[in-house]
Design a protein around this ligand. Structure first.
Ligand code: UD1
Length: 353
C-alpha cells in the first residue's frame, strides 16, 4: 500500500502532519510531494520542522504565478511523479491550486484519488478556493468529509456513495500542539510586551480582501480603528498588495508582524481577546480554543462556528468593531469537528479493502 500526498500551501502542511503520523503508525508507505506553491520558510519549512513531518520526497518548486500558470506548472510536473511512484491512492488536501492540480493529474492517469476536507462549500463562485473544491470533489474517488454539513453538501451533489465522514484532521493537530504547549507563554506576547487578553490576532490574505485596493484599504482601516492592539500576522500576499497600493499595514491599533510558526500561533490565539481573520483554518482553531472569532467575509464554509456563536461574519469596519466587542459566547460541549482522531480514520479508509 502506497499513499502519495500532494501538498503545497501552508494549511495543507498542518493537515499533512497527523496524516503522516497516522500512516507511519500503521506501517503504510507514504510519499510526500510538495508542489512549491508556498516557498517562504515561514509558510512552509517551519511547519515540517515544528510538526515533525518528514521532509518531502519530491519538491516541484513551481512557485507563484497566475492561477492558470501556477496550476498548469503543477499539472505538467505531476504526471511524471505519479507515473514513477504508481500510488494506490493519491491524497489531496483542502482547496488550493495544488489540490485541483493533483486531483486532475491523478484521475487522468487512472490513479485513485481521495480528497481530504471534501464537501466544504461557501457557495461563492468567485472564490478560487470554491472552484478548486467543487472540481476536486467531482474528480475524486473517495471523499473524506470533515463534518456532517460537508457530507450533506456532497449528497446534494450526487456524491453520497463516495463519501465518508472522518472528522477534521485539524482538530487532531490542534489538540496535540495545545497539549504540548501546556500553557507555556506566547512568544508573540513576550516579544511585543502585550497584555494577555489585551490584543487581537488578525490575518487577512484572501483575494477578495487583498486584490482590490479599495477593499484592502477599508479592511486595514477597520482593523486600525479597533479598541485594542491588533497584531496582523501578515501573509506575503497582503504585504505585497499593500506595498503596491501604498497602504500602511501598521497604523492606529494595527501592527504588522511576520507570520508565526504553528505552535506560536496557537499560543498567541490562546492569549488573545479574539481573532479577526479571513482564514478558514483560523476560524476553526479559534472555536476549538474557545476564543471568539470575527470573520472578514460575507460567508463561511465553517457554519458550525457561527451557529454555536463563536464566530460572526463582518464585512464593514463597523461590523468588525461590533464583532470584536460582542459579549463572550455561551460555552458549548459540541464537537462538530470531531474527536481528534480523524487521521487514523483516513488511513483506515485508504487501507480498507
Ligand atoms: C493559497 C490558497 C488559499 C489558502 C492560502 C493559505 C489558492 C488558490 N489559494 O493562497 O486557498 O488559504 O494559500 O496561505 O491555492 N507568496 C510569497 N511567498 C510564498 C507564497 C506566496 O511571497 O511562500 C506570494 C506571491 O506573491 C504570490 C502570492 O503570495 O503570488 C499569493 O500566493 P498563492 O499561492 O497564489 O495564494 P495564497 O494567497 O497563498
Amino acid at each position: 500500500m502506497k499513499i502519495v500526498s500532494v501538498v503545497g500551501a501552508r494549511p495543507q502542511f498542518v493537515k499533512l502532519a497527523p496524516i503522516a503520523h497516522a500512516a507511519a503508525a500503521a506501517g503504510v508507505k507514504h510519499v510526500i510531494v510538495h508542489t512549491g506553491q508556498h516557498y517562504d520558510a515561514m509558510l512552509s519549512d517551519v511547519f515540517f520542522e515544528d510538526l515533525g513531518i518528514p521532509a518531502p520526497d519530491v519538491h516541484l518548486g513551481v512557485g507563484s504565478g497566475s492561477h492558470g500558470v501556477q496550476t498548469g506548472s503543477m499539472l505538467a510536473a505531476l504526471d511524471a511523479v505519479f507515473d514513477e511512484h504508481q500510488p494506490d491512492w493519491v491524497l489531496v488536501y483542502g482547496d488550493t491550486n495544488s489540490t485541483v492540480a493533483a486531483a486532475l493529474s491523478a484521475v487522468k492517469l487512472h490513479f485513485p484519488v481521495a480528497h481530504l476536507e471534501a464537501g466544504l462549500r461557501s457557495f461563492n463562485r468567485r472564490m478560487p478556493e470554491e472552484h478548486n473544491r467543487v472540481l476536486t470533489d467531482h474528480a475524486a474517488d473517495l471523499l473524506l468529509a470533515p463534518t456532517q454539513v460537508a457530507v450533506d453538501h456532497l449528497a446534494h451533489e450526487g456524491l453520497a456513495e463516495r463519501t465518508i465522514l472522518v472528522g477534521d484532521v485539524m482538530t487532531d493537530v490542534l489538540f496535540d500542539v495545545r497539549d504540548g504547549l501546556a500553557g507555556a507563554p506566547s512568544v508573540l506576547v513576550e516579544e511585543l510586551g502585550l497584555e494577555p487578553e489585551g490584543f487581537y490576532v488578525a490575518t487577512i490574505h484572501r483575494a477578495e480582501n487583498t486584490d482590490d485596493p479599495e477593499r484592502l484599504r477599508a479592511v486595514v482601516e477597520g482593523l486600525a480603528g479597533l479598541d485594542r492592539p491588533v497584531i496582523l500576522l501578515a501573509h506575503p500576499r497582503v504585504v505585497a498588495k499593500a506595498a503596491a497600493h501604498g497602504i500602511d499595514l501598521t497604523q492606529g491599533s494595527l501592527h504588522a508582524h511576520a507570520p508565526l510558526a504553528y505552535p506560536d500561533l496557537i499560543a498567541a490565539v490562546q492569549a488573545s481577546a479574539g481573532v479577526v481573520t479571513d482564514s478558514g483554518g483560523l476560524q476553526k482553531e479559534a472555536f476549538l480554543l474557545r476564543v471568539p472569532c470575527t470573520t472578514v467575509r460575507t460567508e463561511t464554509e465553517w457554519v458550525e462556528t457561527i451557529e454555536l456563536g463563536w464566530n460572526v461574519l463582518a464585512d464593514t469596519a463597523a461590523e468588525i468593531a461590533a464583532g470584536v466587542s460582542r459579549p463572550r459566547p455561551a460555552d458549548t460541549d459540541e464537537t462538530p469537528y470531531g474527536d481528534g482522531h480523524a487521521a487514523e480514520r483516513v488511513i483506515e479508509a485508504l487501507t480498507a479493502g
